[in-house]
Design a binder for this molecule. Sequence first.
Ligand code: G1P
Length: 297
Amino acid sequence: MEKKVTKAIFPVAGLGTRFLPATKSVPKEIMTLVDRPLIQYAIDEARAAGIEEFIFVTARGKSALEDYFDHSPELERKLKDGGKDELLAELHHTYMDSGQIAYIRQHQALGLGHAVWCARRLVGDEPFAVILPDDVIAADTPCLQQMVEAFAETGGSVVAAMEVAPEKTSSYGILDVEDTAGSTLRVRGMVEKPKAGTAPSNLAVIGRYILSPRVMTQLNEKKEGAGGEIQLTDAIAREIDDGQKVHGFRFNGQRFDCGSKAGFLQATVAFGMARPDLRDELMDFMSDVISIQAAAE
Ligand code: G1P
């Protein structure tokens, strides 16, 4: 029986330069998708998967992110007095019990692998999840929950995977798999951001991982990889070379790359359309925009 996955690491130390000037004073994880910050989607997904301890790897300038999870008695009282029960419930959603959330600083921007390694002492000797909040996944069963279920069957490590266009493989960690049939695929190797024409497949790693604590030992070696950074992909690949079991998991759901402007806009439209209170107005607006655009062409 595999140990239960109860801890998740959220690497949130990135500068978010792609969203400057917005990210000059607002951490990108606080940027809003419809009415909640990106980080809230990641937390909700983790909770649904049974995560009980939330470890944030942060950096200078990210204090707004820490404040976001604080309790706010004044606001709470106002909403209570005003009988705003729904908003109150939303507010409670952002709360964490004391001791349930931890913040670790990544003092140098040395890459995703290094960010995960910064949390090694909090993770200890248990399998743990990693969630990259930039990757937002709309799914009936939240993606990490699907992965926890797959992990209970396979053990080892599990990484979320999705097919991408061949010309996009150089932006991702790419899997070399034994067999491409089914949703759980045994991984033979992994390459971070392969050069054009060298990718072993077009199956990309998406920002959800369930990892064996052994990966921390690999990360201890602090080997530089693609872009001169310490890559998580490389540490997992070395685990495979050492004979450890790693599976790619093709999740059900739609992934949005909220680390890019186009992806963020697409997510805003898709999540807006999924909301009954916004759908009709948004649909009308979009068809107007499209007809005006078409008339102008
Ligand atoms: C990171 C990982 C990469 C993965 C990607 C998913 O890259 O290093 O392996 O495919 O997230 O979004 P980044 O997007 O931070 O460059």
